[in-house]
Design a protein around this ligand. Structure first.
Ligand SMILES: NC(=O)c1ccc[n+]([C@@H]2O[C@H](COP(=O)([O-])OP(=O)(O)OC[C@H]3O[C@@H](n4cnc5c(N)ncnc54)[C@H](O)[C@@H]3O)[C@@H](O)[C@H]2O)c1
Ligand SMILES: O=C(O)[C@H](O)[C@H](O)COP(=O)(O)O
Length: 388
């Protein structure tokens, strides 16, 4: 079996080494010529998988090690009888970690001492948004959800109209990109909806860039009383609008799902599906393949409030300002050297530093149920240690 795979899929040798010949390619520039004798194609989100890429090849299995599938023409694959697998939920906890870290920075900026009275609107409550809603409810925030498909299915969530959700202190977008149909999300936040957001609010997009009309967002951010905006995903990736990057509070290069666990889980899920499809036994397990976390212990003193402790723990694990500075610094250096922004954006993603999820951080602290509860709600492991 000849497997052609994006070079940015981690741990593929560990998971698929025994299945056949493995050829690694640049997923962004992959063309049909590189698939001439491929049986299997494994991608991430930067490869458009459609008739233009696959017609005339003998590829029979396509896997994407990502949650999003908007880069894949699944209808065409189905019509050709080509098996297709994605990795639902693989990096959901990483995206939740990103949103909670952004939210925590916002709360510090607003000098809020806790979640009481904070309203958070979540648009799209699937694997990512659903987990985010649960965390926020556990933390004591007031949550409103817009997810018409799940509402129609009768899910038990605090549903509200999109207009009500847009009035929340914080609005988090976690929908797929759906170009058309009754629940289309392309430009869901258009100029009219963006005009309802104002000063004191925070808008976070870690779903897909085109869910917000980026030109309309830029115009909104250049007008008075603009909200704060944190964008991880952009229209026209890998070349987001330079002006929009400048206007954003936090700008990151589509890395919300880039924890080591999240990316590796994506590989494990498609490798598992590929083994099943090929009738081969699957032995590798993520826990045995991942290195032990470099970050092991944080000490919380008995003076810390739950909010202080949570902020420290979140920042120790993942601080989005680091990714924001890396993006702005790399763009500035690239602009000065005449390097186009697309390769700079892709390079930041390719060379992304190792980032671990909250479950990898053990927090040693004196007995304090309120602080412990808060940290545990966010996935941290808490151990009691006297005299910290
Ligand atoms: N930034 C990143 O690194 C990153 C990482 C992972 C996923 N994502 C993106 O986040 C998206 C969501 O991930 P997920 O795991 O929660 O997906 P999911 O499929 O589990 O959930 C998506 C939810 O969106 C809802 N939805 C669909 N149309 C809607 C609409 N018009 N309005 C409101 N809600 C709507 C669905 O009903 C569903 O509950 C992915 O499709 C992907 O595009 C981004
Ligand atoms: O959909 C997803 O899973 C994420 O957007 C994913 O993290 C994208 O990363 P990429 O495939 O572009 O490396």
């Amino acid at each position: 079996m000849h497997i052609v795979a994006d070079e940015n899929i981690p741990l593929l040798d560990a998971f698929c080494g025994g299945l056949g010949r493995l050829t690694r390619v640049d997923g962004r520039t992959l063309g049909p010529g590189q698939l001439a004798d491929a049986d299997v194609l494994l991608v991430r989100s930067v490869t458009r998988v459609n008739a233009d890429l696959l017609a005339g090849t003998k590829v029979r299995f396509v896997g994407t090690a990502t949650i999003g599938t908007d880069h894949v023409d699944t209808h065409w694959l189905a019509r050709q009888g080509i098996a297709f697998f994605s990795a639902p939920g693989c990096n959901a906890s990483s995206v939740v970690q990103y949103v909670l870290s952004v939210l925590s920075l916002f709360m510090v900026r607003q000098q809020r001492s806790g979640f009481d009275g904070l309203t958070v609107g979540v648009i799209g409550a699937g694997n990512v948004g659903g987990a985010l809603v649960q965390r926020l409810l556990d933390l004591g925030a007031s949550v409103r959800v817009s997810d018409p498909p799940r509402q129609e299915q009768g899910a038990d969530l605090p549903f509200a109209s999109l207009d009500d959700v847009l009035q929340c202190d914080v609005v988090s977008l976690n929908t797929p990109l759906i170009p058309e149909g009754p629940h289309a999300t392309a430009h869901l936040l258009d100029a009219a909806r963006l005009s309802r957001l104002g000063a004191g609010q925070l808008l976070v997009n870690s779903g897909r860039g085109p869910v917000i009309d980026n030109r309309a967002l830029l115009a909104r951010l250049q007008a008075p009383d603009a909200p704060l905006v944190a964008l991880d995903v952009w229209e026209n990736e890998p070349e987001p609008s330079a002006e929009l990057v400048d206007e954003c509070w936090l700008a990151t290069p589509h890395i919300a799902g880039y924890s080591l666990e999240g990316k590796s889980r994506g590989t494990e899920m498609i490798a598992h599906a590929l083994h099943q499809w090929a009738g081969a036994e699957f032995h590798a397990r993520l826990a045995s393949v991942l290195p032990p976390p470099p970050l092991s212990e944080l000490h919380v003193t008995d003076h810390a409030t739950p909010m202080d402790a949570l902020h420290r723990a979140l920042m120790a694990c993942y601080d989005p300002r680091d990714d924001d500075s890396r993006l702005r610094g790399a763009f500035a250096r690239g602009d000065a050297a005449g390097v186009p922004r697309g390769p700079v954006f892709d390079e930041l993603r390719k060379r992304y530093p190792v980032r671990r999820e909250p479950s990898s951080l053990t927090i040693a602290m004196p007995p304090d149920t309120a602080v412990q509860r808060t940290l545990s709600h966010c996935g941290f492991r808490v151990v009691e240690a006297s005299g910290v």
